[in-house]
Design a protein around this ligand. Structure first.
Ligand SMILES: Cc1ncc(COP(=O)(O)O)c(C=O)c1O
Length: 398
């Protein structure tokens, strides 16, 4: 059958998410990948999760868990998940809370609720690539806002709001993906004020806030929200396990209701088993000891990568971020004509090392002089060797 003429307008010109496509290329086990954003294997809490799962499935509520559940979420998790969000100063009640199948679903449901064809969403320059991808599936238009060392440029945000009249501003305040940057306290407050003033909804996406190596934890943008225009989205993917596909959204009751209606049409509800596991994991206080175990490992990997960058990268031509947390370091060549898309395959073939080219993280096409490096999914030795090979490749070829 010929499908080309049959695809929906929404998806016909859409290519696969760049990173998902790279995974296919990286099936070769010899390739060291700095491309993904996976938690470190060996650190996922499988012993605790399997004990909890066993307890749930042999307990008296086992059939309740295996039955259909409410779209809003499993009641105990609505409570424990909301308490978890409160760690970042998020205010709300159960009626403001929705369990989502990962943070990515939170973004999807927000766009589903608000975005018509041609509607503008402001994003950071660069931003989380799946946000751009999801937006395209709703035929929305992403416009990038410039970024300083401490995140979004507030003046540019206000200018872009006035020029484009966006419905939504999407932002990762803590250890952003891809840059690892964190928004200062002043900027969090300013974002709240400006977006409230112009009636722009904010999606504050916070999957990495708990993965902090140094510096003080900052209150969320949502904690300064006086008008209900900020929707806070968080996820247990990076703190417990991504395969559980569980997260929490907190926002204005009317928005949460609309997201719930959207979710009914997608997956009915997040897996009850995942929800019950996450709930008991949180209630039993297992998260803090787990974070205490994983944070030093991520920190040492970040330090190994940043240290290797200092030794091997051509730093007269490229600068890198040195994040206080999260999973990513971002590099930017000063020469904008450097094309990291074009040399990607050649680089992987010659060095057996993969990065993600930065072009997929920008609202605007054609920015090819940046790259994202992930440090959580490689060993310290692989990080040292991989960065050395990448550095040499860049010195010789770019
Ligand atoms: C900024 C950001 N938001 C959301 C997600 C989605 O994660 P999940 O759907 O697994 O919660 C990710 C995952 O990498 C991310 O980096």
């Amino acid at each position: 059958m010929e499908f080309e003429e049959m695809w929906s307008d929404r998806l016909k010109s859409l290519k696969g998410n760049a990173i998902r496509e790279i995974f296919k290329l990286l099936a070769n086990p010899n390739v060291v990948s700095f491309a993904g954003g996976f938690p470190t294997l060996g650190l996922l809490p499988k012993k605790e999760i399997s004990a909890i799962a066993n307890e749930i499935l042999t307990g008296e509520d086992a059939e309740k868990i295996l039955q259909y559940g409410g779209t809003e979420g499993y009641s105990p998790l609505l409570e424990s998940g909301l308490n978890y969000a409160k760690r970042f100063g998020v205010q709300g009640e159960i009626k403001n809370t929705l369990v989502i199948s990962g943070g990515q679903q939170g973004i999807d449901l927000m766009f589903k609720a608000f975005i018509n064809k041609g509607d503008v969403v402001l994003v950071e320059n660069p931003t989380y690539l799946a946000c751009l991808h999801i937006l395209k599936t709703y035929e929305g238009v992403a416009v990038g806002v410039d970024s300083d060392e401490d995140g979004i440029n507030i003046e540019d945000l206000e200018n872009k709001i006035k020029t484009y009249r966006p419905k939504i501003f999407y932002v990762v305040a803590d250890f952003s993906n891809p840059t690892g940057k964190t928004l200062s306290l002043e900027k969090r407050k300013a974002i709240c004020e400006i977006t409230a003033k112009y009636g722009v909804i904010v999606i504050e996406d916070n999957p990495y806030g708990e993965i902090r190596f140094s510096g003080e934890k900052l209150p969320s943008i949502k904690s300064f929200d006086k008008t209900g225009n900020v929707v806070y989205v968080t996820s247990f993917s990076k703190t417990i396990a991504p395969g559980l596909r569980t997260g929490i959204a907190v926002g204005d009751e009317r928005i949460i209701r609309k997201m719930t209606i959207g979710k009914q049409a997608v997956d009915v509800h997040t897996s009850n088993l995942s929800q019950a596991i996450v709930d008991l994991y949180l209630r039993r206080g297992l998260l803090q000891p787990h974070l205490k175990e994983i944070i030093p490992v991520y920190k040492s990997k970040k330090e190994a990568m940043y240290g290797a960058i200092q030794k091997y990268m051509p730093l007269d031509r490229v600068k890198f971020t040195n994040p206080d947390g999260g999973l990513f370091i971002w590099g930017e060549f000063f020469d904008k004509s450097v094309d990291l898309d074009k040399c990607f395959m050649d680089c992987v073939t010659k060095t057996d090392t993969a990065y993600v080219s930065g072009s997929s993280f920008f609202a605007k096409e054609g920015i090819t002089n940046c790259l994202r490096l992930n440090y959580s999914n490689a060993s310290i030795e692989q990080i040292e060797n991989g960065i050395k090979k990448l550095g040499n490749y860049f010195k010789e070829n770019l």
